[in-house]
Design a protein around this ligand. Structure first.
Ligand SMILES: Cc1cc2nc3c(=O)[nH]c(=O)nc-3n(C[C@H](O)[C@H](O)[C@H](O)COP(=O)(O)OP(=O)(O)OC[C@H]3O[C@@H](n4cnc5c(N)ncnc54)[C@H](O)[C@@H]3O)c2cc1C
Length: 292
């Protein structure tokens, strides 16, 4: 690994000043489970690594009447350990509890998962399905961006070189809503998703019709994909196999996967259809309180 300087930033002002003073040659380190790997294998160089794990705004995990706020340096383990969170945001737990194994989850963050912008990232479809907002800051101020607008290409985000992700917020889910994340890998854990899908649904008070749905998926395009048309197709439709299958077929059509050692184009398209059906059914069950 090449040599680099390392600074533990104490606050946001210090971190954004360092990013601005070393524009292009500094990287933020959250858990380091992606950054250190890609610096070691030479895919990314940094002269300065800024450890963000001591910045108060980035380590805050809070839940209130407005919704959920996940600081960008909050670990996956802190998320799945939080029992309060499971009730309203079960799909966040679905993702956080399967990223890597137990050691990785003690370091890895959802913020890092997003900023690393891997097409296969397991937290990003869930964030998109929930309509999460990224709060981004530089020395000049803050801006807020829907998560689906962050990833631009593999490993590339819409953040400028002087910007830091501060937190991710998700509005409090409305009554009769539910969400589910699933991924397919050929073994039980510690593998990259062949395909992953997250679905969020809002149902009417009787649980008979969809009011709204959001579907997102990974490993099927250069970036995690928000399939707006698939979710929109469900609005006003009855909750039944036919409407769910139709949404899954739209998702399948939207997928533009490649063939690689993990799967073929056809296999991945089939997985999109299957996982969309399964996540929608599970999200409906959660919305009805039938499944935790
Ligand atoms: C053994 C192993 C297994 C893994 N398994 C999975 C898996 O199952 N699913 C999966 O999706 N991933 C997996 N990963 C990848 C990785 O663990 C995740 O992507 C993790 O969420 C990254 O978070 P991190 O905090 O470690 O990010 P870091 O490595 O600290 O950062 C990742 C990137 O984001 C940037 N960054 C981090 N925080 C910020 C910020 N606040 N503002 C701006 N830029 C920032 C960094 O500069 C870097 O470029 C695995 C990795 C390993 C080593």
């Amino acid at each position: 690994m090449h040599e680099f300087d390392y600074v533990v930033a104490e606050n946001l002002t210090e971190a954004t000043k360092l990013l601005s003073d070393h524009k292009g040659s500094a990287r933020i380190l959250a858990g380091g489970t992606d950054l250190l790997v890609i610096m070691r294998n030479g895919r990314r160089q940094a002269k300065l690594v800024i450890d963000a794990k001591k910045i108060p705004e980035l380590t805050d995990l809070s839940l209130n009447d407005e919704g959920l706020s996940i600081g960008a340096a909050v670990t996956c383990r802190q998320i799945w350990e939080n029992t309060e969170l499971a009730g309203d945001y079960p799909a966040i737990i679905d993702s956080a509890s399967l990223i890597g194994g137990i050691q990785v989850q003690g370091r890895a963050t959802i913020g890092g998962n997003l900023c690393n912008a891997a097409p296969s990232a397991d937290a990003i479809p869930t964030l998109i399905a929930y309509g999460a907002i990224a709060h981004i800051q530089n020395s000049d101020g803050q801006r807020q961006v829907p998560v689906e607008e962050i990833c631009q290409a593999p490993g590339q985000t819409s953040l400028s070189e002087d910007e830091i992700l501060v937190k991710l917020t998700i509005a409090k889910p409305v009554a009769h809503s539910g969400a589910k994340f699933l991924r397919f890998i050929p073994r039980n854990e510690m593998d990259i998703a062949v395909v992953n899908v997250a679905s969020m649904v809002e149902l009417d008070s009787e649980g008979k019709s969809f009011l709204k749905a959001r579907i997102a998926m990974g490993s099927v395009a250069p970036t995690p994909l928000f399939v707006k048309a698939a979710g929109d197709s469900l609005a006003g439709k009855e909750v039944n196999d036919e409407s769910i299958k139709a949404a899954a077929l739209i998702a399948r059509e939207a997928a533009t996967p490649i063939t690689d050692m993990r799967g073929t184009i056809e296999h991945r398209k089939q997985l999109v259809e299957v996982l969309t059906v399964r996540t929608l059914n599970a999200a409906v069950a959660r919305a009805k309180g039938e499944q935790s």
